[in-house]
Design a protein around this ligand. Structure first.
Ligand code: PLP
Length: 394
């Protein structure tokens, strides 16, 4: 007898992976340059040179045991101190290493945080649609109940909807901005409204409601001067789940952190996160990459290609008559299918060797996600396909 739930997870098909597989098959036949694959969120910009240099420097100059050994469960002091200093400088905070647990990427950070917050089966974690589909898996795996609240038509926060969906069982609300799949950055004004609402509801319920700030795209802001509000400075009961998967193009290296500020209501939350990391078998984050991050924490990503692709696609698609939420960050566009059926659109696009992901799994069947972390020429070519497809709907 095996777990039917895990079997289902292990054998259910991911639409994204399936599309990518189809793309690989087509590439073998028509050539990779002729497949417009917008399915995966793998950064196309290589990791910065500083990262390569740091890896070489560490391997050349230190005994293997330094970079191959276990670190403590929370992570190397030097790495956590460097992260604290980086955030303190940028956001005027006063963090120390003790506010951080190094993790195997944002997915691990989220699982750890949700596990630490779900005190009883059925405790609720709110998710704002559209959303990263793995949240559903993480929440179920950690014994929580997912409560979905759709965003407004412009993909911004729907504070009224959140207010109606909050209950005394709400333990946390995942806020992902810049957002996957919409690319939207939630405005400071609406974030403030949300924080005010949560403070009011915490008083009413007599216990904290945590914002789980899922921030792997924090550094990927594509509008000059636009600030992504740093949520712990707006709302004390915030836990930040971060990774360098996107900002330093290191998704395969599995490196991130959980940040729990000192002033959260549950003083022992960081210890519970440590317990959750242990229970989930993470042991420690990859040691070599903790040492790399210590050296590269101040390196900024090169956003040139993402900006160019975003402008090209957003301008081109809106000119062709597509309805697209204005993306301010990450590297995704969430495009409304002309007839509101993204699954049909995705199938039609495949006929032209263009791969866009239907939005059903992200919480909106009407939209499809396009990951534009690809070569700019492919974005240019895709507009010709989008034009042909739009004509079919007229
Ligand atoms: N959260 C969001 C919104 C994501 O898009 C992703 C990855 O695509 C993750 C979390 C997981 O990131 P990581 O690769 O660092 O685990």
């Amino acid at each position: 007898m095996i777990s039917q739930e895990m079997l289902k997870l292990g054998t259910s098909k991911s639409v994204i992976r399936e599309l990518a597989g189809f793309g690989a098959q087509r590439a073998a036949i028509v050539g990779a340059e002729n497949v417009l694959d917008f399915s995966l969120g793998n950064p196309s910009v290589p990791a910065p040179k500083e990262v390569q240099d740091a890896i070489v420097d560490i391997i050349k100059n230190y005994e293997p045991k330094v970079y191959h050994s276990y670190s403590s469960g929370a992570g190397h002091d030097g790495c956590r101190t460097a992260i604290a200093e980086n955030l303190n400088k940028r956001y005027g905070t006063n963090y120390s290493k003790d506010n951080f647990i190094m993790t195997c990427g944002a997915a691990a950070s989220l699982n750890i945080t949700i596990k630490a917050l779900v005190a009883e089966p059925g405790d609720e974690i709110m998710v704002l649609a559209p959303f990263f589909p793995e949240y559903t898996v993480f929440i179920a795996a950690q014994g929580g109940k997912q409560v979905l609240v759709p965003c407004k038509d412009d993909m911004q926060l729907n504070v009224e909807g959140i207010k109606e969906a909050l209950t005394p069982k709400t333990r946390g609300i995942i806020v992902n901005s810049p957002n996957n799949p919409s690319g939207v950055v939630y405005t400071k004004e609406e974030m403030q409204e949300l924080c005010d609402l949560l403070v009011e509801k915490e008083k009413e319920y007599g216990h904290p409601i945590y914002i789980i700030a899922d921030e792997p795209y924090r550094e990927l802001v594509l509008i000059d001067g636009l600030e992504v509000p740093f949520i712990p400075n707006m709302y004390k009961n915030t836990v930040v789940c971060y990774s360098w998967s996107k900002s330093l193009s290191l998704p395969g290296e599995r490196i991130g952190y959980v940040l729990v500020p000192n002033n959260v209501d549950d003083e022992q939350l960081i210890a519970a996160c440590g317990g959750a990391a242990r229970a989930l078998g993470f042991v420690c984050a990859p040691t070599l990459f903790q040492l790399v991050i210590e050296r590269c924490v101040n390196v900024e990503p090169d956003l040139t290609v993402y900006k160019k692709n975003r402008d090209l696609l957003y301008d081109g698609l809106t000119k062709l008559g597509y309805n697209v939420a204005k993306p301010a960050g990450a590297f995704y566009l969430f495009i409304e299918s002309p007839d509101g059926d993204s699954e049909k659109f995705s199938e039609k696009a495949k006929e032209y060797d263009m791969l866009v992901v239907p939005g059903t799994g992200f919480g909106s069947k009407a939209h499809m996600r396009l990951s534009y972390c690809v070569e700019t020429e492919k974005c240019e070519k895709s507009l010709e396909v989008f034009e042909k497809l739009m004509k079919k709907y007229k």
